[in-house]
Design a protein around this ligand. Structure first.
Ligand SMILES: Nc1ncnc2c1ncn2[C@@H]1O[C@H](COP(=O)(O)OP(=O)(O)O)[C@@H](O)[C@H]1O
Ligand SMILES: [Mg+2]
Length: 385
């Protein structure tokens, strides 16, 4: 892990009056850019050839003579052959010459690899660099380990396929769409064998998928991805904020669910199983009596990260939960960074974020608001790793 001193030394050389909010152009980049513009920053997206137009063209920022944005949210782009080239020292230097404060999103880590993010990326990151590894499911101290340490509820792990005795989700990487999911469900060992054979035959999962698989109890209930924010700077109010709640559209699961039950069964008999590739987001709220329980989860998570992953979480994080029939939360995934579903409240904010801050407050905006406050209070190094 690159030491914080090295990164802070790079930050020393910045002209912070010209701080630019940068990120990999993918995932939640539009929300981060929109929020940065709303808070008065310039923005820079690192793009990949072939998927850059969203940033270089369609959402390109146009400013008037006074510098006020009247259209779009992305001031500058760097279009690379591959996202991973963001690790190239020359590119890193360019970013630092532009005074970029870098927002780590999931695309950044997925395309560059966690080792490079930890060891090679010298650009100041807004957030907790060391926690990013906890997302690598199967690592020794992954998010399940943190949840265990924190005493937080997560779905019961199933060790071996032979042990499947109730509805179980098998989390596997997709064979072809490398960064996507090849998830499936089974309620018995027999069904596990049947379905996995179908998926191997269809080229959805690898033959030896089991070696990296996570199997756990399937929680029957709605999904609530809780988009929280932890502010190291806040001194009067709560340091933990609930900004929004999202849930995802997944293909082909959502199409499957909109068919009559009989056709779902027929499809399954033909070996056509739903896939879980995220392709959109929606917004939700919680019944009020559950809100305090949601905050309790966040309080425990934050404490555990401070204890075991110092300095602990900084800024946005997302606890991805299902709520069961007894209204209990189960956390099945944790993003220790800006969540993947925050575009749902981009620019318009979210009932919770807006109610708290008395104006439109998306995750992207909250992030940049924290940066702005840190700069005003000369505490920016508290947000940087
Ligand atoms: N234990 C579980 N019970 C019910 N649904 C789950 C469970 N784990 C994951 N899911 C579903 O799978 C999807 C993604 O799971 P997640 O663990 O977040 O994968 P990823 O790391 O790819 O984001 C979500 O739609 C969620 O509803
Ligand atoms: Mg997830």
């Amino acid at each position: 892990m690159i030491d914080r001193e090295t990164v802070l030394a790079n930050l020393e050389r910045y002209d912070l009056g010209k701080a630019t909010v940068g990120m990999v152009g993918s995932h939640s980049a539009l929300d981060a850019c929109d929020g940065a513009v709303a808070e008065g920053f310039r923005t820079l997206a690192v793009c990949q050839v072939g998927r850059e137009k969203t940033f270089t063209h369609y959402f390109k920022a146009h400013r008037d003579a006074s510098g006020k944005v009247y259209r779009g949210v992305v001031d500058e782009t760097m279009v690379l052959d591959r996202f991973a080239e963001v690790m190239d020292p020359k590119i890193q230097k360019k970013l630092m010459d532009r005074n970029v404060l870098f927002i780590p999103n999931r695309s950044f880590v997925s395309y560059s690899g966690i080792d490079a993010v930890e060891n090679d990326f010298q650009v100041p990151i807004v957030g907790s660099r060391n926690l990013l590894r906890s997302e690598e499911r199967g690592d020794e101290r992954d998010y399940y380990w943190i949840l265990e340490k924190a005493g937080l509820p997560y779905p019961r792990k199933v060790e071996r396929p032979e042990d499947i005795d109730r509805l179980t989700i098998i989390k596997v990487h997709h064979k072809v769409k490398k960064l996507e999911r090849g998830f499936f469900t089974a309620q018995s060992h027999e069904q596990f064998l049947e379905k996995s054979q179908d998926l191997i035959r269809q080229g959805v999962i690898e033959k030896d998928f089991l070696k990296d698989a996570r199997m756990e109890e399937y929680i029957i209930g709605p999904v609530f991805n809780l988009d929280f924010f932890y502010s190291p700077l806040e001194e009067k109010g709560s340091k933990i904020e609930l900004l929004g709640i999202d849930w995802r559209f997944e293909s082909s699961l959502d199409g499957y669910c909109r068919l009559p039950g009989k056709q779902q069964v027929e499809l399954e008999e033909d070996g056509i199983l739903p896939e879980y590739t995220v392709c959109g987001h929606n917004s939700a709220t919680l019944r009020e009596s559950l809100l305090e329980n949601a905050f309790a989860l966040a309080e425990k998570y934050v404490s555990a990260t401070q204890k075991h992953y110092g300095p602990g979480i900084i800024g946005p994080f997302c606890l991805q939960t299902c709520v069961d029939k007894d209204l209990k939360f189960h956390i099945y995934d944790v993003a220790p960074r800006i969540g993947g579903g925050t575009n749902v409240h981009m620019a318009v904010g979210h009932p919770y974020g807006n109610a708290l801050w008395r104006r439109e407050m998306s995750t992207g905006r909250r992030l940049s608001m924290e940066i702005r406050r840190a700069l005003e209070q000369e505490r920016i190094e508290e947000l940087i790793t």
